[in-house]
Write a protein that binds this ligand. Sequence first.
Ligand code: FES
Length: 87
Amino acid sequence: PFQVELRRTGRTVTVTPDMSVLEAVRLAGADVLSSCEQGTCGTCLTPVLEGAPEHRDSVLADHERTVGDCMLPCVSRSCGDRLVLDL
Ligand code: FES
């Protein structure tokens, strides 16, 4: 599990292995649009403020993965213990 802080919402949620980051942030009250929920459409693109996303999508370009300032939370997760999202 890892923690996701929704900085604008002011909440932190725990993401367990059986749930996506998208599901977790929705439970915390964030309103994130989605479509494919398989990491292919780009609809759920979310800015990352702190932490290193573990990218599992097929949308971002290599340089965007390296920079790590956005992620697709329907499929992507966290490399570390904590992510801070601009939600
Ligand atoms: Fe399509 Fe996340 S909903 S990439």
